[in-house]
Design a protein around this ligand. Structure first.
Ligand SMILES: *Cc1c(COP(=O)(O)O)cnc(C)c1O
Length: 230
């Protein structure tokens, strides 16, 4: 597995995609999804141009991040957050949590942040595909959710995240991403307190180009960098 070559290829694809759209490729954050990879492998990716890493399990991140020899510029949490793992996660000082979809978790997160006198940037995860095995708020409940979180001043909502439908039908995937983009644009117009629509996290190994075409500025890529997870 030539990680360095894989990263180069992905960056080229991002560049081609951005050129077509008249965008600056530097506007796209390539988040390397390092779940299941060892600290040594993650170090290799960090030496090969990766700056942003994402993990989906708190305990796994707790075990690995202190063992990294190389510096990363940002650590993102992208998995389902159980409320009993909040303290451990915040101790790792994540730059962004992509995956908040429950008011009770958000409240507990806010309480813990108050104790520490910290704020935390988060994204709201939206289930745009309607598949019931996926986490995330239903698109139609996002606005009400955002209005409910206004009092929680230590949590800063910076955008939205989704996982595209698992299908070979690219038009179905595209319609998931379009839905998230439309939601993003309509929330932006509302100018809500503690809510700033800056990041659209959508697109993984199989669909990141569609994500970028539909407005993503964070793509989360694992297997195209590290090979398929077994
Ligand atoms: C695993 C994972 C990814 C990366 O998936 P690949 O298909 O390997 O690129 C992206 N986002 C989330 C939330 C994940 O859990």
């Amino acid at each position: 597995m030539n990680i360095s070559n894989n990263i180069k290829k992905i960056n080229e694809k991002i560049q081609i995609c951005c050129n077509k759209l008249g965008m600056d490729p530097n506007e796209i954050k390539l988040l390397a999804v390092t779940k299941t990879q060892t600290a040594e492998t993650i170090d290799r990716s960090l030496r090969s141009g990766i700056s942003f890493i994402g993990e989906n399990k708190v305990q796994e991140a707790v075990n690995k991040l202190p063992n990294l020899q190389e510096k990363y510029s940002e650590f993102h949490f992208i998995g389902h957050l159980q409320s009993n793992k909040i303290k451990k996660l915040i101790a790792l000082r994540p730059d962004l949590i992509h995956s908040i979809d429950s008011l009770s978790t958000l409240k507990k997160l806010n309480d813990h942040l108050i104790e520490l006198d910290l704020t935390q940037d988060i994204l709201i995860q939206v289930n745009t595909s309607g598949e019931d095995n996926k986490s995330g708020l239903a698109p139609e409940s996002v606005l009400a959710f955002l209005k409910n979180v206004q009092p929680f001043n230590n949590v800063k909502i910076r955008g939205l995240m989704t996982i595209g439908m698992f299908t070979d039908d690219t038009e179905k995937i595209r319609s998931c991403f379009k839905k998230l983009r439309e939601l993003f644009d309509s929330v932006k117009l509302l100018d809500l307190k503690n809510v700033k629509m800056e990041f659209l996290s959508m697109g993984m190994t199989n669909d990141f180009e569609i994500g970028i075409e539909e407005g993503a500025n964070i793509v989360r890529i694992g297997s195209a960098i590290f090979g398929s997870r077994v």
